[in-house]
Design a protein around this ligand. Sequence first.
Ligand code: NAD
Ligand code: UDP
Length: 365
Amino acid sequence: MAASRMDLDGRPIKPITICMIGAGGFIGSHLCEKLMSETPHKVLALDVYNDKIKHLLEPDSLPWAGRIQFHRLNIKHDSRLEGLIKMADLTINLAAICTPADYNTRPLDTIYSNFIDALPVVKYCSENNKRLIHFSTCEVYGKTIQSFLPKDSPLRQRWSYACAKQLIERLIYAEGAENGLEFTIVRPFNWIGPRMDFIPGIDGPSEGVPRVLACFSNNLLRREPLKLVDGGQSQRTFVYIKDAIEAVLLMIENPGRANGHIFNVGNPNNEVTVRQLAEMMTKVYTKVSGESALETPTIDVSSKEFYGEGYDDSDKRIPDMTIINKQLGWNPKTSLWDLLESTLTYQHRTYAEAIKKSMAKPTSS
Ligand code: NAD
Ligand code: UDP
């Protein structure tokens, strides 16, 4: 397998070692899976958690045993970080606080996580001449100009995340320009699929608010109405995680085409309002679970009630695919219906029993 793999320019791909920070998260777990099953590369997987990659780490008889090594560490304060970056050819930084419910309620943690904690990673890559693929966000684009109405609103904490990501992008770009850092920046546009976030009360805190896919999955599993924040009028384009991971693999294996670039990665064909997403998820879930549809499938909730003070929303985001098409020839393949069907099948299989059990238990307080 290894010998026959070629890059986009027809050259054989050499096996490399990747230091993946945040490997235990949603995107990291899918990237590790892809790298283990389809490539000869080695992964040093860094994270504070490893639940989502446990199936890749054990047992020792797995075909890729020895090619993936988990290091439990917090990059905020761990002297092993530089050594691990030095051991690898490429560093991929996925570590971040990236759930909107945190941006306005924990703006300091959000800024530290997305900017300050990323600084040593950039510095060690630059000083040791190591290539870096850094995960930014589509949110750096902010809101559309037409959605800006001059209001006497205070500074919206929601944008703590976007601003921290913007500044780290600029810093990486400047390291490239002034110190020759080889970098690629990825701006994900709503990647979704299995293992995204957590189901509150099952594998995450009962009061926690994950991103929309997990929120709506949780509502469907519990047979409660899906909550539409401020009417669910915002628009998003959703891309299937497995399609998006193909794009990341192309970046990893085609450094000459990816270095120095910032790539939007999303699916412009899968645009819906959040309300339409809720409606489609309800239909798909009815199909995959065999359960009847709810009488009241959705309810409206204000953003203040749902997220608290200081929340704001991106009204619309559609990725411009020009650069990724030109450099890597990548295009997403999976329709929204199809990706929801496989994702909700996974959610149902993984959580339905646990939810039933937890709902049958009398509450302790
Ligand atoms: P995720 O929360 O599932 O993964 C992030 C991982 O980083 C988690 O496992 C977490 O434990 C780890 N981490 C955080 N801080 C750490 C620290 N100090 N030390 C060690 N590990 C730490 O999120 P994800 O969806 O996989 O996102 C990965 C990256 O992509 C993030 O940078 C995020 O901002 C970006 N992104 C993702 C999306 C998306 O659609 N999923 C959209 C925009 C941006
Ligand atoms: N949202 C919603 N109900 C929920 C969770 C989220 O209506 O239970 C909305 C949220 O206000 C936003 C969109 O869904 O308009 C996407 O939210 P997500 O948390 O996935 O992240 P974002 O795309 O804003 O980064």
